[in-house]
Design a protein. Structure first.
Length: 304
């Protein structure tokens, strides 16, 4: 019995560590986007990033990909459209705001999810979600209104991207249970690349990266942030809990700030850092249902 608990604990620790690495990759993605955008358009960058991710994920899970059905292709096309819209808005927004701001503002997706659920299903918001929404709103005001009232277009686009990503999360939750979730996820990467390629040909001049730094940024986005991030999340969630996953994901904007400071030399104002702290607390609190912790504690006492 004791050995069984130790084994379970080790598996959960492994899952948490994988999730932490995935979150680190995603935190670095804003840095890579900034670098990649120096010599190519936003749609071009998304097309290359997800094209690489799709090819790599397909090779790793080629046996599962042979189980593709028409239902998978239909659902993944829908997810690909929403994911492309969210990423396109965010990638364009990053051009006119700091990577640090982008990281924190995009984490609002976590807050938008329960708000959308309450709106769609006419459910009453739980107290911890309301507190999280309030703290996040205060954080947005402090981070974006650094020169009086008003918000920069880049920040506004990132917030819109977070809203679209929240919609993507809800749609994914709705369709993933009907098909093989892993195959669905891989195909959505491919569709995202296709949509981005079409937009790149329509509104840009598609090209390959022209510099070493751009190539490194694209490869990092495709391999680390997209393919490894997606595969890593799929593996890790088999061993850890949704609550722990959510809390680890809350570290993404923190990693973004660290990478932006180290490599882009971005330094936020004191007001912006205070706002970022409010946002971080808001996101964490909105994910925590303290009644679940109380119930888990009671179950542990019963077991003892």
């Amino acid at each position: 019995m004791h050995e069984s608990k130790i084994g379970t604990s080790n598996l959960q620790l492994r899952g948490d560590l994988i999730m932490l690495v995935v979150t680190l990759f995603w935190g670095a993605s804003y840095l890579f986007i900034k670098i990649g955008l120096t010599d190519m358009g936003a749609y071009n960058l998304i097309a290359l990033r997800f094209g690489i991710a799709f090819l790599l994920a397909s090779l790793v899970f080629y046996k599962r990909m042979r189980k593709t059905t028409w239902l998978v292709l239909k659902h993944s096309a829908l997810l690909g459209i929403i994911l492309f819209a969210a990423l396109a808005v965010v990638t364009i927004g990053v051009q006119s705001t700091s990577a640090s701001n982008a990281g924190f503002l995009f984490s609002l997706a976590v807050v938008f999810v329960p708000l959308l659920v309450a709106l769609i299903y006419k459910k009453r918001l739980q107290r911890h979600v309301l507190i999280g929404v309030f703290l996040s709103f205060v954080g947005i005001c402090l981070m974006t209104m650094t020169h009086g009232f008003g918000i920069h277009m880049g920040d506004l686009l990132i917030i819109l991207g977070a809203l679209l990503y929240a919609i993507y999360i809800l749609v994914t939750d709705r369709v993933a249970s009907k098909v093989d979730a892993l195959v669905l996820g891989i195909w959505q990467l491919g569709y995202t690349a296709v949509f981005a390629t079409v937009f790149s040909f329509l509104f840009e001049t598609p090209q390959l990266p022209q510099t070493t730094s751009s190539w490194l940024a694209i490869l990092a986005l495709g391999i680390l942030c997209s393919a490894c991030g997606f595969i890593g999340q799929t593996i890790a969630q088999q061993y850890t809990t949704p609550i722990r996953t959510g809390l680890i994901f809350s570290l993404e904007p923190v990693f973004t700030v660290l990478f932006s400071l180290l490599f882009l030399h971005e330094v936020l104002s004191t007001q912006a850092y205070v706002g970022a702290s409010f946002m971080l607390f808001g996101v964490v609190i909105s994910k925590l249902d303290f009644r679940q912790f109380h119930l888990m504690k009671r179950l542990d006492l019963v077991k003892k």
